[in-house]
Write a protein that binds this ligand. Structure first.
Ligand code: NAD
Ligand code: UDP
Length: 346
């Protein structure tokens, strides 16, 4: 049993990781400013994990850029945290191109502030949500962790900067245990349909877009590009079920706490790529609902193919994904069907 601080724990990935960590017997303190999430997500996490004892999941509304807010969270428990799992941040690529200052402030300055408060409180273990977007246009697909880091948008630049900052911390003094987890495309939801992805406004991402077409909120899907050098011309991604991702976090925390202080960097993906058209087919097959779509132009900044080489994490943590593309479609749909307007309008 560990005491963990979860930044951004109310968000899409954070809420699923909180559930897995609670089920693993850990006690959690969440800090979230709820700028992109609802209080309901963590209430439902409590329902799902049957946490009755409020001491097992404490929630603080606060901003990671504010040291006082962070210190409040650190003061919530008697001992030091065994680790911080750091999800809080901004993640929309298009928005990052329009507002780079905001992205650098929240993602980079926010992490700098978090690390300072961690150091002051003698906590030197952190799991960071990094991204496959770091690889930009990769030379090698499937892409190993050793590939060049050359992001192509401000969001990716901030993730690269944080990874560099974490490496600098690890070199600055002994004792730091750091895991940079580079997620590929997290999708799906908890199979209960009680928690899931609830984007603001029209979704940018494929799975929430398809689900909203299926539920009747959106008319049709536009497939961004039909002339990519792929199996059917549409772009290929490595979609990973968010519950697999959550379990990967639990393994990474155990690994860090077990071993010697070190910095590790892992891809979290399945190693399998699917095209947009293959995803539409899988979704239709699983749900029995037809998804109207039309072929459109390529989206600026997209790559043809992004697939993880997940062999390092399998070798070091003994972790690999268990859930299929059908599982991802089934669970995304279960969430969307039960919550057509997400958390707010339930
Ligand atoms: P999300 O927006 O659902 O969750 C982020 C959470 O952080 C939200 O609850 C938000 O309210 C909170 N937050 C934002 N700014 C904050 C601040 N200044 N102080 C405190 N809380 C703040 O996003 P997500 O999809 O769950 O992503 C979590 C992390 O994983 C992010 O760092 C993201 O960059 C990274 N990531 C996500 C994906 C993806 O496709 N979802 C892929 C790779 C990496
Ligand atoms: N995509 C699409 N139509 C949409 C949204 C996404 O064709 O409305 C494609 C996108 O071009 C990419 C894939 O679906 O090839 C996954 O996109 P997403 O935004 O979910 O994740 P990304 O890989 O860009 O981080």
């Amino acid at each position: 049993m560990s005491q963990l601080l979860i930044t951004g724990g109310a968000g899409f990935i954070g809420s699923h990781v909180c559930l897995s960590l609670l089920e693993g017997g850990n006690n959690l303190v969440v800090i979230d400013d709820f700028s992109n999430s609802s209080h309901q997500s963590l209430q439902r996490v409590c329902e799902l994990s049957s946490v009755k004892d409020e001491r097992r999941l404490k929630v603080f509304q606060g901003d990671i850029r504010n040291p006082k807010d962070l210190q409040n969270a650190f003061d919530a428990i008697d001992s030091a945290f065994d680790a911080v799992v750091h999800f809080a941040g901004l993640k929309a690529v298009g928005e990052s191109c329009k507002s780079p200052l905001r992205y650098w402030d929240v993602n980079v300055n926010g992490t700098r502030c978090l690390l300072e408060v961690m150091k002051n409180n003698d906590c030197r273990t952190i799991v960071f949500s990094s991204s496959a977007t770091l690889y930009g246009y990769p030379d090698q697909v499937p892409t190993p962790e050793s590939a060049d880091i050359r992001p192509v948008n401000p969001y990716g630049h901030t993730k690269a900067a944080v990874e560099q900052l974490l490496a600098d911390m690890a070199s600055s003094e002994p004792g730091w245990r750091i895991a940079c987890l580079r997620y590929f495309n997290p999708v799906g939801a908890h199979p209960s349909g009680l928690i899931g992805e609830d984007p603001n406004g029209t979704p940018n991402n494929l799975f929430p877009y398809i689900s909203q077409v299926a539920v009747g909120r959106l008319k049709e899907l536009e497939v961004f590009g039909c002339d990519w050098p792929t199996i059917d011309g549409s772009a290929v991604r490595d979609y990973i079920h968010v519950m697999d991702l959550a379990e990967g976090h639990c393994e990474a925390i155990d690994f860090l706490n077990r071993g010697k202080p070190q910095l590790i960097t892992f891809n979290l993906g399945t190693g399998n790529g699917y095209s947009v058209v293959q995803v539409i087919d899988a979704f239709e097959k699983v749900t029995g609902i037809e998804i109207p779509y039309r072929m459109g132009l390529r989206r600026i900044g997209d790559v043809a193919c992004s697939v993880a080489d997940p062999s390092l994490v399998a070798e070091r943590l003994g972790w690999k994904t268990k859930r299929s593309l059908s599982d991802m479609c089934r669970d995304s749909w279960a969430w969307q069907k039960a919550n057509p307007y997400g958390y707010c309008h339930h």
